[in-house]
Unconditional design. Structure first.
Length: 256
């Protein structure tokens, strides 16, 4: 694995105690991978395979039980304060504050980072415009469609100018037409702004539309298959990858 990777896992494991107190279970098992600057990596797997646990380790929300985790050269859990403003997160639901307008929701991260007020307003308005929300700046979340709310969420993540974007199935609750448009928009924005992105999904087509590379997880989280998408742009190459992903996923039994 490259030494200059933006995100690096080396033999990372995560073990949890069972809620009923009857022993432990392993969510991540000696997982190793590296993600380069500017790369979009889609992580694909069945429910319960450990995708979200890996996501939370990268975000610094939980600590690995064993192994080495490096994000921008730092430990995301032990050096959590270092990552202030360096990681943007887009969740499965938009997590907008209902008492704040679209503009005020995008402004939130900038306010937390103590960015100058006039500059913050300019940045927030610019990102709302880039996400096609001009004219909806003063709308509250309840007045926006699901797709528009998720656009606000994406604008909020990009507004703080993070180095890394972490996305946990952000389009799974949207209809396919809306999700497809947002996927294309998301990839375009990541490319244009030189970001690195980790995108969790359980949909093969979504993983292949978004990722430069796809990592398929089996439970407990370990890489069962890896595919480079960019070099396989022709239809036949993509179909071979899709068939292999289906085959690999079919080998894993449902979680207990």
């Amino acid at each position: 694995m490259a030494d200059d990777a933006v995100i690096r896992f080396r033999d990372v494991s995560k073990i949890f105690s069972r809620p009923d107190g009857r022993g432990n279970f392993t969510a991540v098992d000696r997982l190793s991978f590296a993600i380069e600057k500017g790369e979009i990596v889609a992580v694909l797997g069945k429910t319960g395979c450990g995708k979200s646990t890996m996501f939370n380790i990268v975000a610094g929300l939980i600590e690995a039980t064993a192994g080495q985790v490096s994000v921008i050269g730092h430990d995301p859990f032990r050096e959590f304060a270092f990552f202030r403003g360096k990681i943007g997160i887009v969740f499965q639901n938009d997590r907008l504050m209902p008492w704040r307008t679209a503009f005020e929701n995008v402004l939130l991260g900038l306010q937390i980072l103590d960015v100058d007020a006039s500059k913050s307003k300019e940045i927030a308005m610019r990102w709302l415009a880039r996400l096609g929300l001009t004219g909806h700046e003063n709308d509250y979340p309840h007045a926006l469609s699901g797709g528009m709310r998720q656009r606000v969420s994406i604008a909020r993540a990009f507004a703080v100018d993070p180095e890394i974007l972490l996305c946990d199935e952000p389009f799974s609750s949207l209809d396919e037409m809306t999700a497809r448009d947002l996927r294309a928009e998301f990839v375009r924005l990541v490319r244009q702004n030189g970001k690195t992105a980790v995108f969790i999904t359980h949909q093969i087509n979504e993983a292949m539309e978004i990722g430069d590379r796809v990592l398929v997880f089996h439970r407990p989280a370990r890489i069962a298959y890896e595919a480079q998408i960019a070099g396989n742009a022709d239809d036949a190459g993509r179909q071979r990858i899709r068939d292999e992903i289906l085959r690999v996923l079919s080998l894993e039994s449902a979680p207990a």
